[in-house]
Ligand binder design. Structure first.
Ligand code: NAD
Ligand code: TYD
Length: 351
């Protein structure tokens, strides 16, 4: 591949993908289209500013004119679509931007790619489109879509458009579905960076509900390698799941973070649950292992240590993000949540 278009390359996973591709493929050029929403940050790619193989274009993926013109302006060997509204809690507060970016944006991008005869398209999606698991079982690529949050519903709708464009027009698309990522440059609204940032300031860690919900955590670079494999070797029309084979209960993760940070468990606050909170996600990634020769590499404890070290050395980055719009969001999201006292009941202290 000589040239690719990446959307959302100034967000968490997109910026890790762009950096990794430029490092591992010295012949590759990348155009990075990003709207720079609250979650997109040029600082995330500041080290690539002087790299002649990286070009940033500020645009909305749902803007038909800009996207069509960009795709016409030069030939791309592939388009990798990361750009999205990505946070479940925000989608509960307001689903509008999720429908606009994740559904309309995907449709606009698909049309522009078709018009430009793009030979390969990767839709970066999520395991959340499969809904929620009970105590047993795993999501496979054949699990029926049953999204439960406005975020996952909008991602599933995007995936269905991609599927339909493949089926109807033979559009050369591959879909990837990954579990929960962690690592450097993650916006501190998601569990791991939020809890690390709060703990470092001795502020409470708001655990939703009983803290027994399970997520399958994967290091962002393992996900990046998976998207790369799907882009280069994935079969058109196929879906590939990626996961860390690493199921952890939220409360166990919270305790582990506090242990690694040397902070007390008294910072834990059990708060009102997220509405519609999915109980458990767990990915069966055997297809990607078999067909793409991919497997998750990063040890969780080691990955968390490195991630914490990254946040410790990027306090300016965190502080800049946690000013401004973030404060309004934090007050709206957490201000109305009451402490539930689950912890006191657990330890037998409840009355
Ligand atoms: P993020 O919120 O950190 O970044 C999203 C990026 O998209 C930002 O740079 C933002 O500016 C950009 N963007 C948003 N709306 C846009 C628009 N209308 N036009 C152009 N750019 C726009 O998200 P992330 O965590 O890096 O997730 C990236 C992708 O991976 C998403 O599609 C998400 O659904 C998927 N995914 C994320 C996870 C996870 O754990 N974070 C897991 C599986 C899949
Ligand atoms: P999150 O990082 O938002 O990812 P997702 O909802 O996409 O899985 O949340 C991970 C888990 O942590 C999820 O079960 C919700 C929970 N959670 C909390 O308990 N407290 C919080 O403040 C946040 C943001 C999440």
């Amino acid at each position: 591949m000589k040239s690719i278009l990446v959307t959302g390359g100034c967000g968490f996973i997109g910026s890790n993908f762009v950096r990794w591709e430029l490092k591992t493929d010295p012949d590759l050029r990348i155009v990075n289209l990003d709207k720079l929403t609250y979650a997109g940050n040029l600082e995330n790619v500041a080290d690539l500013e002087s790299n002649p193989r990286h070009r940033f274009v500020q645009a909305d993926v749902a803007n038909r004119t800009s996207v069509t013109e960009l795709l016409r302006s030069e030939p791309f060997d592939a388009v990798v679509h990361f750009a999205a509204e990505s946070h479940v809690d925000r989608s509960i507060l307001d689903s509008g931007p999720f429908v606009q970016t994740n559904i309309v944006g995907t449709q606009v991008l698909l049309d522009a790619c078709r018009a430009a005869n793009i030979p390969r398209y990767v839709q970066v999606s999520t395991d959340e489109v499969y809904g929620s698991l009970g105590a047993e079982g795993y999501f496979t690529e054949d699990t029926p879509l049953a999204p439960n949050s406005p975020y996952s519903a909008s991602k599933a709708a995007g995936d269905l458009l991609v599927r339909a464009y493949f089926h109807t027009f033979g559009f050369p698309a591959v879909i990837t579905r990954c579990s929960n990522n962690y690592g450097p440059y993650q916006f501190p609204e998601k569990l791991i960076p939020l809890f690390v940032a709060n703990a470092l300031e001795d502020r409470p860690l708001p655990v939703y509900g009983t803290g027994e919900n399970v997520r399958d955590w994967i290091h962002v670079l393992d996900h990046v390698r998976g998207v790369d494999a799907a882009m280069r070797r994935g079969r058109v029309g196929e879906v590939y799941n990626f996961g860390g084979r690493n199921e952890v209960r939220n409360i166990d993760l919270t305790r582990l973070l506090l242990e690694l940070l040397g902070k007390p468990e008294s910072l834990i606050r059990y708060v009102t649950d997220r509405p519609g909170h999915d109980q458990r996600y767990a990915i069966d990634c055997a297809k990607a292992e078999r067909e793409l020769g991919w497997s998750p590499q990063v040890d969780f404890r080691e990955g968390l240590r490195e991630t914490i070290a990254w946040y410790l050395s990027h306090t300016d980055w965190v502080n800049r993000i946690r000013s401004g719009e973030y404060r309004r969001y934090y007050a709206e999201q957490y201000g109305g949540r009451t402490e539930t006292g689950v912890r006191r009941q657990e330890s037998g202290e409840a009355t």
